[in-house]
Ligand binder design. Structure first.
Ligand SMILES: [Zn+2]
Ligand SMILES: [Zn+2]
Length: 370
C-alpha cells in the first residue's frame, strides 16, 4: 500500500512537472520584441454551420487547449451543405455559440468572421472583425466585400493557390484583385493555408503591402490534422500588436504587422520577422577558455521553434560545423577560434528556418563583447 501510494505520488509529481513545463513552454511560443505583444491567432475556422464537422464549442476548446490568443469563426456564407439539418438563417449563429461557450476566466478572444465564397475571381475571401455576417451575404462578391469594409473588417484572400481554383497551384492576381487592393478593400493574403505554403502569395504580399496570414482552414479536428498531442501545431499567424486590446490587434492586422509559424518555418517581412528573431535568440559571451585563444559563447533559444542557423562569420568554430541547431527553450555552446585575443567579435548567421522572402532566409548578426 505504501509503495503504491509512493508510486502514485511519484507519477503525480512527474505529471505535474511535465504539465508545468509544457504549459510554460507553449504559452509564450515566441518572446515579443520590446514594447510589443505577440498575439497567436487562427483567423480561418469552420464549423457545422458551413462545411465543418464540429459544433462551434469544440473550436473554442481546441483553441484553449492549444493556448491560442485569438480565433475567428469564418463559416462559408454561401456554401451550406448541412442546410437540411441546420437551416442556419442567421449567419452569426456559429460565432455566438462559440462566444457563449467561452469560460469567463478564459484569455481566448473570439471574433466574428465570414468566408465570402465565390468562384475565381476573386475566389474565397475572409472578413474578420465583422459586425453582422448576414449583411455581407450578397449574390455578387463586390457587394459583400464592400459591406465587410463598411463594417470595418480586416479582409483577406484565402488559399490563392487552391488547386480547385488555380490548377497550377500558382497564386496570381487577376484584374479584380488588383482593383480590390488599389481601393484598399483587400488587406491580406493567405501565404499558408492548412498544409500548403505559397511562395507566389508571399511575393504578392511583399509587392502589394498585404498582410501575410497562415491559417488552419480547419474542417475536422485540429488534433487529427496537426498531431497536437505529439507536439505539433496548426499554422499560426502572430499579430505584432501595441497591446492585447482588440482595437490594437485589428490595427496591427491592417498595418501588415504579422508573421507566420508553419511547421518549423517562420515566414514574414524583414521588418516584422528580424526583431522577433533577435528577441528569441540571445548570444552571451562566457569569455576565453583558460590558457587558450578559444572564445566561448552561449546561444539561447527562447522560442517554441527549433532554430536552425548557418554561421557566416570569418572565424572557424572549434566544436561545430557552420550548421547549428538549437532546440526549443534550450541553449547551445559554440567555441570560436579568434586566432588572437579580441574584445568583441561579430557573429553573423543565416536563419535556415526563417524566410523573409520566397527564397530568402533571414540574416542576423551579433556584435558580442568578450
Ligand atoms: Zn475557402
Ligand atoms: Zn475555408
Amino acid at each position: 500500500m505504501a509503495s503504491l501510494f509512493k508510486n502514485h505520488f511519484y507519477v503525480g509529481l512527474v505529471l505535474f512537472f511535465s504539465f508545468e513545463c509544457f504549459s510554460q513552454n507553449i504559452n509564450s511560443f515566441f518572446k515579443a520584441p520590446n514594447g510589443k505583444y505577440l498575439i497567436s491567432s487562427d483567423l480561418h475556422i469552420h464549423t457545422v454551420f458551413s462545411d465543418g464537422s464540429v459544433w462551434p464549442d469544440i473550436r473554442v476548446d481546441e483553441a484553449e487547449k492549444e493556448l491560442l490568443d485569438l480565433i475567428a469563426i469564418t463559416d462559408h456564407l454561401e456554401y451550406q451543405p448541412h442546410v437540411k439539418d441546420i437551416p442556419n438563417p442567421d449567419r452569426n449563429r456559429s460565432f455566438e455559440i462559440a462566444r457563449s461557450h467561452r469560460k469567463k476566466d478564459s484569455d481566448l478572444k473570439i471574433i466574428n468572421g465570414a468566408e465570402i465564397t465565390k468562384s475565381m475571381s476573386p475566389g474565397h475571401i475572409n472578413a474578420v472583425f465583422i459586425k453582422d455576417a448576414n449583411r455581407i451575404l450578397h449574390k455578387d462578391s463586390l457587394s459583400g466585400i464592400l459591406e465587410a469594409n463598411k463594417q470595418g473588417a480586416f479582409v483577406f484572400w484565402n488559399h490563392p493557390n487552391w488547386v480547385s481554383q488555380r490548377n497550377d497551384g500558382i497564386a496570381k492576381l487577376d484584374p479584380y484583385h488588383v482593383y480590390l487592393i488599389k481601393n484598399k478593400l483587400l488587406h491580406g493574403i493567405e501565404v499558408v493555408n492548412e498544409n500548403t505554403f505559397s511562395e507566389e502569395a508571399f511575393q504578392l504580399a511583399l509587392e502589394n503591402n498585404l498582410t501575410v496570414l497562415g491559417t488552419s482552414d480547419i474542417h475536422g479536428l485540429t488534433e487529427w490534422s496537426y498531431n497536437i498531442s505529439l507536439g505539433g501545431h496548426r499554422p499560426i499567424t502572430f499579430v505584432i500588436a501595441e497591446s492585447k486590446s482588440n482595437q490594437d490587434i485589428h490595427k496591427a492586422l491592417l498595418n501588415t504587422k504579422t508573421f507566420i509559424w508553419f511547421n518549423n518555418l517562420l515566414i514574414g517581412s524583414k521588418n516584422n520577422l528580424i526583431p522577433v528573431i533577435y528577441s528569441n535568440l540571445i548570444i552571451t559571451s562566457n569569455g576565453y577558455k583558460p590558457n587558450t585563444i578559444l572564445a566561448e559563447f552561449t546561444i539561447k533559444n527562447n522560442s517554441s521553434a527549433k532554430m536552425k542557423l548557418e554561421y557566416l562569420g570569418e572565424y572557424n568554430l572549434h566544436e561545430n560545423s557552420k550548421m547549428i541547431e538549437i532546440d526549443p527553450y534550450s541553449a547551445k555552446r559554440i567555441v570560436v577560434k579568434t586566432e588572437e585575443f579580441r574584445k568583441r567579435v561579430i557573429l553573423p548567421f543565416r536563419v535556415l528556418n526563417a524566410l523573409v522572402g520566397p527564397k530568402e532566409n533571414a540574416v542576423i548578426s551579433y556584435k558580442v563583447s568578450i
